[in-house]
Design a protein around this ligand. Structure first.
Ligand SMILES: [Zn+2]
Length: 215
């Protein structure tokens, strides 16, 4: 009799896995840039394939048009998904808070959105990366997120985010991750006794720090 294959557990909670979760969400990759996407085993509860948060996150990444590729994907796919009827309330919020930037011609405008869209997505991919590189789940570990590509309304946060990003960028102990579509997503990480730090990069220029406190 053959030995049973080892049971896989959910990267987030440790329950029996029933599927795989892509990290970052598959939907942010244009179809021609889906080479060996990263996955972790996941339970139903922690698999968020095609969730609204994923679509909104993609919208936030693409709307500022950080690259030609992002711009193209925004026009072809992202815009359609986000302007559907069920996203009406979200888009109304965006429309209501939109302001043009007059002093920088061609730049466009700004709008206000809930930081949870970014925080939740970065938490998911940070916990997935932790599972991938440590083999352990991160349930109960405190998580924090820092970024400057979308300024916060709180200047103190922006200052701390700027400093944290600078530290991660220049940290020589950061290890290159194994994402294979670096034009869309790439990451570096550092795992030590107390913390797990990941520098996530989208479209080469959009950077987010995900941090887990191990103790
Ligand atoms: Zn789970």
């Amino acid at each position: 009799m053959a030995l049973q294959k080892e049971m896989k557990i959910c990267y987030w909670c440790g329950k029996l896995a029933t599927s795989v979760e892509h990290f970052p969400p598959k939907g942010i990759f244009p179809s021609e840039h889906r080479k060996n996407l990263l996955t972790v085993p996941s339970c139903d509860e922690h698999n968020s394939a095609n969730s609204k948060t994923d679509e909104r996150f993609r919208f936030l990444l693409h709307a500022p048009e950080p690259s030609e590729l992002a711009k193209k994907w925004y026009e072809e796919k992202t815009k359609k998904a986000i302007y559907r009827e069920e996203e009406r309330v979200f888009m109304e919020g965006i429309a209501k808070t939109s302001k043009p930037i007059d002093d920088i011609p061609g730049i466009g405008g700004t709008f206000i959105f809930e930081a949870t869209i970014i925080n939740d997505t970065i938490e998911k991919i940070t916990r997935a990366a932790f599972y991938r590189h440590s083999g352990s789940i991160s349930l109960g570990m405190e998580y924090r997120c820092f970024y400057t590509c979308f300024p916060d309304t709180d200047p103190a946060y922006n200052e701390m985010a700027f400093k944290t990003l600078e530290l991660a960028r220049t940290d020589e102990k950061m290890i290159q991750g194994d994402a294979e579509n670096p034009q869309i997503f790439d990451y570096k990480y550092r795992l030590d006794e107390n913390t797990f730090v990941v520098l996530h990069k989208f479209h080469v220029v959009q950077e987010f720090i995900g941090l887990l406190k191990l103790k």
